[in-house]
Structure formats: C-alpha cells, structure tokens
Design a protein around this ligand. Sequence first.
Ligand code: HPA
Length: 270
Amino acid sequence: MSDLQQENSALAAEAAKTLLVKSGVKKFDIALTLGSGWGKSAEAMGEIIAEVPASEVPGFHANGVIGHSGKLTALRLPDGRNVLIIGARTHLYEGRGVDAVAHGVRTAHAAGVETLVLTNGAGGVNPDYGVGEVVLISDHLNLTAVSPLKGAEFVDLTDLYALELRAIAREVAPELREGVYAQLPGPHFETPAEIRYLQTIGADAVGMSTALEAITARSLGLKVLGLSFVTNPAAGLQDEPLSHAEVIAAGKAAESRLSELLTKIVHRLP
Ligand code: HPA
C-alpha cells in the first residue's frame, strides 16, 4: 500500500470507529448514500439507533447542499441487520479532492459493510425517461477525468452494478427500467450540446455523483446497487432553464414513493 492509500484507509478506519462507538454496534451490514430526493428514505426503513452530524465524524463535512441531510444515521432493520445511511456525501465540485469523495465508501467498508446502495437525483438524458422515474443504473460513464484509485490498481469494472442486486430491485419493483448514468464534475449544469453528446455516447441520465463512489466500492470488494431519480429533463430537452430548486421540488414531490421503494429493496438485500 502506498503512503497515500494508508492515509486514506487510516482516516476511514477512524471514521468507522467513531460511527460504531456512537451507534453501539459491532459492524454495519449495508450502507446507503442518499442523493437529492432520497433524503426521507431512512426513516421508514428501520429503527434509528444513532444520528451523527457529519462534523463529528473524521473526514466528513456538512456540505451545505440543500437536499442533503448533513448527517450519518445508524438504523437497525426489522431482521436485526445494521444499516449506515450516509446523508453527507462529498461531491467532486466541492473542491476537496477525489479522496474526500471516496471517503464515505471507504468508511462504510471499514465499518464492515459489504453491500452499498448509491442513490442520486439526475437529469434525464434519454427522453424516454420522464421526470419522477427511478432508473436502475446498469453501467456508468465516468466523465470527471479522475479516478478515486491511485497507483497501479487495475480494477475490473465489468458488472460494477451487481446483476444479482439489480435482479432483486426488479423483483421488488418490476417497473424499474435500467440505464447508463454519466457523472460529470459540475457544479454547473450541462449545455444542450453536452447533452446531445451524452445521448450519442449512450448516457440515459446525468449527474454529479455516484460513479467515483462506485469505483471506490468495487476496488474494496463491495457489491453496488445504483438508483437514479430523474428530477428534470436534461439541458435543452425542455424550454425552461435548469435550477437546483427544480431538482429539490421534484425530490419533495416523490419523497414518500422513493422512501417506500428503497425500503422494500433494502429489506430484500442479501
Ligand atoms: N445535470 C446534472 N446533475 C443533475 C441534473 C442535471 O440535469 N439534475 C439533477 N442533478
């Protein structure tokens, strides 16, 4: 392991220890990262055993992005498994670097997690995918020009979004369609020309998270499920300009539906 990798895993171990001690559990089994629109999902899923502000967990930051809770929540599922809800995702556009983006996933791994659910709010690039639709991520395009991995770590990303987890999600919600998620660095939205480019290269949804976290997860051996909630037609696909307020409003309108869907999926995860 390089010095940098050691530093990253030491910080993750410290964060994991803080969360385990504050929650009084030995390990977490599943972790969820909640994106725009998905914030309410935690409450319905199980019994809350601890809520920890991001500022109290090493390496985490309250990011101030409206639509993100800024805390980490420990839950116990009805079957006794422990779930870590990461409501304090660090985005690449915050300028803290790619290690800060990967830190949540590294922490989940250090806390014992084997299955990671990544959710996000996304722009619909494929015009067939309407506002309000949840898209099961089948693959991604990492257009950030960076990787969370350093050194000669040649990780295979075939089937990064685990087929078996996608099958479970479709059993729970047969209406879910699959699609390719493109992560761009943001924080600006895309131009209409960029969206036409994304359509050409096979993207169905676009956002500013998820792909880098999924790569980190795969490098650590976690199984990943990804869910995109379409909050708006991507740039140029509607007459109105894009706004974060639109993203938040779409999330609020779908809050209880998303929470129900995620709860059903999480309860069925292996
Ligand atoms: N583009 C990028 N990120 C997003 C969008 C979008 O249209 N909607 C929600 N997150």
